[in-house]
Design a protein around this ligand. Structure first.
Ligand code: ATP
Ligand code: MG
Ligand code: MG
Length: 156
């Protein structure tokens, strides 16, 4: 089983499917961690990684981001949706879940940096995301497949 699974999350149904699959990939290991990360475009003063916290204690980050007016509402929605997925899959959800927003120049860059900096051993992501459905693979999925050295599982 995998120990640190990254689910890049863009609020699409595809990314939610990826999260369901990720639970299966850690096999209910309580020491495994699923990292759910949304990449947002970095402004001129932003640091590369804004923050990260445990799913069970999300409040600090949300408040901090809301007061900065950056990303709080999106993070809140993300956590609400993730909680629904965790509730649906409770039997498989004994692993750790970390949610964060990473600031980067592009989603692909942000995901690749996160993989390098957090010991990620598997990426599970949607084949497509929120973009218009043309073709088989979105640009973020394609870019991540080219950029990272760990296995990438793309799901519908
Ligand atoms: P495109 O963006 O090229 O128009 P698309 O939106 O259909 O196409 P992608 O953006 O490649 O497809 O999305 C594929 C997967 O990439 C999503 O299901 C999600 O897992 C991940 N993803 C996309 N954008 C982000 C983001 N900003 N942060 C984190 N993960 C993302
Ligand atoms: Mg896109
Ligand atoms: Mg997209």
């Amino acid at each position: 089983f995998f120990k640190n699974v990254l689910v890049p999350y863009d609020e699409s149904e595809h990314a939610l499917s990826a999260l369901h699959i990720a639970f299966g990939m850690v096999g209910g290991d309580p020491e495994a961690t699923i990292h759910v990360v949304t990449v947002v475009a970095a402004g001129p003063l932003a640091s590369p990684t804004l923050s990260s916290d445990a799913f069970d204690a999300p409040d600090n980050l949300s408040e901090e981001l809301e007061s900065d007016g950056i990303m709080g509402p999106a993070l809140h929605r993300m956590r609400t949706e993730i909680q629904h997925v965790v509730d649906d899959a409770r039997d498989d959800a004994s692993c750790q879940i970390v949610t964060s927003a990473a600031l980067s120049g592009s989603p692909v860059e942000g995901i690749a940096e996160y993989v390098d900096n957090h010991n990620i051993d598997l990426v599970v992501m949607g084949r497509r995301g929120l973009g218009a459905l043309r073709g088989m693979l979105g640009s973020v999925s394609f870019g991540v497949l080219r950029s990272v050295d760990v296995p990438v599982l793309t799901v519908k």
